[in-house]
Design a protein around this ligand. Sequence first.
Ligand code: TPP
Ligand code: MG
Length: 516
Amino acid sequence: MTCTGAEAFVATLAACGVDTCFANPGTSEMQLVAAIDREPGIRAVLGLFEGVVTGAADGYARMADKPAVTLLHLGPGLANGLANLHNARRAASPVINMVGDHATYHLHFNAPLTSDAAGVARPMSDWVRVAQSPRDLAQAGAEAFVAAMDWPGRVATVIVPADHAWNGGAAPAAPRPVPPPARAPNAAIAAAAEALRASDGPVALLLGGRALRAEALAVAGRIAAATGAKLICETFTARLQRGAGRVSIDRLPYFGEEAAAFLAPFRTIVFCGTEPPVAFFAYPGKPSELSPPGVQLVRLALLREDALAALTALADDLDAPAEPAGLQDRVVPAAGERLDADAIGAVLAELMPAGAIVSDEGLTASAALFEATKGAPPHDWLMVTGGAIGQGLPLATGAAVACPTRQVVALQADGSGMYTCQALWTMARERLNVVTVIFNNASYAILNIELSRVGVQNPGPKALSMLSLDRPRLDWCALAAGMGVPAERIDSVAGFRAAFERALAASGPALIEAML
Ligand SMILES: Cc1ncc(C[n+]2csc(CCOP(=O)(O)OP(=O)(O)O)c2C)c(N)n1
Ligand SMILES: [Mg+2]
C-alpha cells in the first residue's frame, strides 16, 4: 500500500522514535499537519512564534536525548526560529526541522512567500536536505534522524516541497542504525594521565557537553580524588546534573578577566567535552584566550567523543579510588532581608523538589542563583548555550514536554523573556508544570555593565534609553494572565517564598514577577 509523501515522512520519523512535533504551520504545510493528525505516535504542540518552536525542540532534546521534530512555514517561518536553532546547535542538541516550501512547479512564479529556504536553513543547521520526490521524502526522514543523532546531537533540516508532500506513491522508510559515539584515542587518555601525574603545579579538569551528566561527573570526582584536580564546568552548560549527593563543580566565570584569574593558578588543564575557553566577546586591549600563558592544555575528549568512556578510561589508568571527591552536601544558604538573586536562590535551594529542571536565562541574576542552589536537591541546570537570548521560556516548555513528571523552574530575566514570551501560552495550553520567575529590573542591566567595560564614558540619555526597559515598565502579571498563566507580583523575600510554595503546589504553569 502506498501513501502520500507527507504520510510516509511522518510515519518514518515516528518509526525512528520521534514522538513530539513543535509546530507553527502554514498553508504549504497542510499535508504535514494532516499526516501528523493521522500518526498516533506523535504529539503536536503549537507554539505561537517560531522561536518558541525551535527553543522548545532544544529543551526537549536536552532532556530526552533524542530529537523532536519542528514544523515551520517556508523560509520566513524558519528564519523566525533561527536564533534558538543557533542555541540548539551550540548545545549539540539533536533537532529535526521539517520546513514546508512551495510546490516545485510553483517556485519559478515567484509567489510572495518564495525564498531560498535551504539557504535560510544552512547557517544554523549542521545538515540540510531538500526532498526530491514523495518517496525520497521518507528517505530524507530516516537520514535526518541519523544526522540529528550524530552524537551528542546535531540540527538536521528537511525542506519539504508541497507537491512531494501531497503526491502519492510513497512508503515509509526503514529506520537506519544510529552509530555509537566516537571514542577518544588511547593516546589522548595516556597523555591526560601522564599530564595529571607529572604536572609541576595545580591541575584542573574543565568539563562540558556530556561530561556534565551525573554519571560522568562521578568518574571525574574519582579522578579528582586521585590527582587533586579541581573540577570546573564551562560557563554556559547545555545540561549540568548537580545538587546534593552529586559531585560538585565550579563554574568558569563569565567576565573574561574573572575567568582568566580563576584559571591562573593551574599548570595543567585537561579538557573533556569542551575546548580551551575563550572570552565571550573581544574587548579593546584584552586577550581572547582565557587559559594562563604557558599552561599545559590537554584534550582528553572532544565534544563529539564519548566523555564518560574517556573519563572512565582515565580513572582506570590513574588507579583512581572508587569514591569520588567533592560530593555536595545538602546546603540551604540563609536568605537575606533584601529581595535579590541571592535571596531568591536561597529560597529555591530550600524549596526546589528533587528532580527539578532549571532553565536559567537569569543573565545578571544567574551567577548568584547558580551559587545559591548548589546544595539544592539533585536537579538539572540548563543554560543559554549560544548567547542568543530568548531561549529560556521556550527551553523550559520543551523540557516540561519531555519530562512531564518533573518540576520545571524557569529563571528568567525580563528583557530576554520578552523575545519569546509567547511560550507562556503553550505552557498554559499544555498545562505544563513550569514555574516561571521573572527578574523584573526594568533594564538590560548586563548591557549597562558592558557599556562601561568596553570603555564608553559618560553615556548620554539616548545611549541609556537603548538599555532600559522603563517608560512603560513591563507588567508581566498582565502578560501572563493574557496567555492563561496565573501570576503574582512580589517585592519581598517572604512574599517570594509564599508565592513559590503556592506555585509548586498548584498543577500547571505559574508565574512569579519579582520586582528587583
Ligand atoms: C538574540 C539576541 N539579541 C540581542 C542580544 C544582546 N543582549 C545581550 S544581553 C541583552 C539584554 C539582557 O537584559 P535582561 O534579559 O533583562 O537581563 P539583565 O541584564 O537585566 O539581567 C541583550 C539585548 C543577544 N544576546 N541576543
Ligand atoms: Mg533585565
